[in-house]
Design a protein around this ligand. Sequence first.
Ligand SMILES: [Ca+2]
Length: 488
Amino acid sequence: MNRRAFLKLAGSAAAMAVLPRFALGAGKPSRKLNFVFILADDLGWSDLGCFGSDLHETPNIDRLALQSERFTDAYAAASVCSPTRASILTGKYPARLHITTWYEASANPPLNHRLIPPVTVGNLPHKQVTIAEVLKKAGYLTAHVGKWHLGDAEHYPETQGFDINIGGTYSGAPNTYFYPYSGTGAFGDDKFRYVPHLELGKDGEYLTDRLTDEALKIVDAVKDGPFYLNMDYHTVHTPIEGKEELIEYYRKKIKPDMRHRNPVYAAMVHTLDENVGRLLARLDKLGIAERTVVFFFSDNGGLAGRYRGKTVTDNHPLRSGKGSLYEGGTRVPLIVRWPGVTKAGSICSQPVSSIDFYPTILEMAGLSGDPQHNADMDGISFVSLLKDPGARLKRDTLYWHWPHYYFVNPRIGPASSIRQGDWKLIEYFEDNHVELYNLAEDIGEKDNLAEKMPKKAEHLRKLLHSWRKAVDAQMPTPNPRYKSRAGK
Ligand SMILES: [Ca+2]
């Protein structure tokens, strides 16, 4: 980074955190790979054009997909925000971390259901060696921009291996997407729902644009690399708020037979796409795209519930959405572009999970990481799938654990699930019933085969129980004070 670039950056809040080695190290660009990890919030599996949306226009992300490898069976390790984010940073299952629900809900389980969910961990423990800590130790400039949602101020990105943090706090959503992102917004006058480091904005400024502005400043300054950028957009999480001209555009475009029919949500997806395009264009302009790996991912499935009376999205053909262990809650878009390795337009249908990014990035960067941390790592590297989409991973089983209730739809009760090959089993804790699906034939999980195939169901249930024991998964307990409406 040269002196001029540093002085330019010095105008922003990020400057204070940039390490001297980057400020002073003018000279040759590093040959090491850079990593840009773009994480959308609550973006559903079929919300993108390249994943089949019938309304949303995402030309930039679609183009990225055509230059990349696209995964049809990529999963978030959880169906809500914080646990998936923890799994990305640690390579471990949320159940093992005891981070199974979002930060704000972790300490105060509701007491009005048949089961009482466990009190879980809200702060990502410092003893976990995050991927950012490993890369930083290896000489990377590490930057986090946008949503964090992994604990209180003592656990913000600055304490977890990030040189720069723009906007990351305990909070899972901005009060509003419009500057100054606080004040009277969707969450009322909640003074704590704001996005820091974005002062000196302009009226009408939109959060997704502004976060990209900040990320571009960082990328400009550290282009000689190596760098790791977490580009964690709040979009398309609630509050569902978009730009008026785009809302109008989609309002006119919606036809009665469309599955996606929320114009405000469509506007949010549109703006997300434009910003992904801006970020990718800057990598091209700076001449660093060829040595920069780009991931595009979402932290859980789309919100199938309502916001202000209007259905937010539809994860068709998948069942249900955020908060649920049906595919709509956990299966999400994944695109990986690794120049010189991934084949343009390739598609991989092997199941991968957010627990796999950490070991995958380690292998890409040629790093071994921290042996103690890696000893109970759950994820495995999927570099082999990036080299050959037809390859097979040695692992054939993935697990999910959700010992909570989802307030948007309390019928989505505590459960665990397992996918082995094409088979998927969900075990619900309120009554211990199981549901068995064959995803190859029934991606919409409509035909429960548990009674028809009791041996298969029992086999998967046993595997699920063994896994829960192995990772010390926390379970809900019976609620002695619970009285159902039926008086049972
Ligand atoms: Ca989320």
